[in-house]
Ligand binder design. Structure first.
Ligand SMILES: *Cc1c(COP(=O)(O)O)cnc(C)c1O
Length: 361
């Protein structure tokens, strides 16, 4: 698929936000990347346009049956003023896997990456410069056919919007408290847990709300059948260090294929730290804790990279890890991955794609 990409620049540039208070996902850049899909014609009219509201028919299928997918990635500014993307081809691969599950047509990953690079170039002044900040990129696809029948839509819109984001943890990485979820489930094998689709998030809100009322920041999701095996933490993949070995739940059909997850596994193998992808039960974790062998636990995802876990509450049992402090290995992984992303560490794995931009300071 070779497509043209047209560029329509905004008449006015909006004021850039205060970098000390970026937060996450409320501020958007001047432009966005869009393309349309029409059955019989494929993806067409790829364009960079000013960031603006879109008009949809109220009967557009996405509003009714949730046929939608998304991705989350970041652009990082190095000290030298270069702009890096982290493994964007993995996001495109996953977008197409999500598309397949949701009966949405495949996109041309290479073309979309080119479009994203153009978009970043156009909005390069929006990449924040302060320590720990980055430009979050949100590609997504929605079903737009005006039709209330339950069937795959014949029309779609692809969009990518961008948001300058702050450091996830203001005081560096800080451990969070996690409630083990015994009632609600996020996903089941055969369902859509492997796809990055809005419905998974909608169904996770309730458990999250209950946890927040109890002062826990996220939930630990167990499998949907036996409620015994660990799947994910919040909207992150999860890792445990038990007696020197790192274990993470194997991808079983209901766990999202995290790019950060994959990167952590590669890194640990490279460091000769024993790492296993297998089934991990909550009983095993509690048993390891009681025997003093549960050394560290952390979540992984693009937003926070590494989110150390300081405490689990499972029913009546409270497990405090590492005195509630960030573990040594968690910190080392965090420093290495963020170092590669910012160009401060050597990219030995070929994870970086550079975005050609004119000189930034
Ligand atoms: C996006 C996501 C992750 C993390 O994936 P990354 O590619 O590492 O950002 C993990 N779990 C869920 C449910 C997700 O949606």
């Amino acid at each position: 698929m070779t497509q043209e990409l047209t560029v329509q620049l905004a008449d006015q540039k909006r004021e850039k936000p205060d970098q000390a208070n970026l937060g996450f996902g409320r501020i958007f850049t001047d432009h966005m990347f869009m393309m349309d899909y029409t059955e019989g014609k494929g993806w067409h009219d790829a364009r960079i346009t000013p960031y603006q509201p879109i008009t949809l028919d109220p009967s557009a299928m996405v509003f009714h049956y949730g046929q939608t997918v998304f991705e989350g990635m970041k652009a990082y500014l190095t000290k030298e003023g270069r702009v890096f993307l982290f493994r964007p081809e993995k996001n495109m691969e996953r977008l197409n896997r999500s598309n397949d599950r949701l009966c949405i047509p495949q996109i041309d990953g290479d073309f979309v990456i080119e479009g994203l690079k153009q978009l970043i170039k156009v909005d390069q002044e929006w990449i924040p410069t302060a320590e720990g900040t980055s430009l979050y990129i949100r590609p997504f696809i929605i079903a737009t056919e005006p039709f209330l029948g339950v069937a795959p839509s014949k029309n779609y819109i692809f969009m990518a919007i961008m948001s300058p984001v702050g450091l996830y943890y203001k005081e560096g990485i800080a451990p969070v408290k996690i409630l083990v979820e015994n009632e609600f489930v996020r996903a089941v094998k055969g369902g859509t847990g492997e796809a990055k689709t809005g419905g998974n998030y909608a169904s996770s809100l309730k458990g999250q709300e209950v946890a927040a009322q109890k002062n826990y920041s996220q939930v630990l999701w167990l499998d949907g059948v036996e409620k015994k095996y660990i799947e994910e933490v919040g909207s992150m993949n999860v890792f445990f260090k038990i007696d020197g070995e790192v274990v993470t739940p194997a991808l079983n059909g209901s766990i999202l294929h995290g790019v950060t997850r994959d990167s952590v596994i590669q890194l640990l193998k490279h460091w000769n730290v024993p790492v296993a992808e297998r089934r991990v039960s909550i009983d095993e974790i509690a048993e390891a804790y009681r025997n003093g062998k549960l050394e560290e636990a952390f979540g992984t995802g693009t937003a926070a990279v590494i989110s150390p876990i300081g405490e689990f509450l499972w029913g009546e049992e409270k497990m405090v890890l590492n005195g509630g402090q960030t573990g040594e290995l968690s910190k080392r992984i965090y420093d290495t991955i963020t170092g590669i992303q910012k160009g401060a560490e050597k990219d030995e794995f070929g994870w970086i794609t550079e975005v050609p931009v004119s000189e930034l300071k």
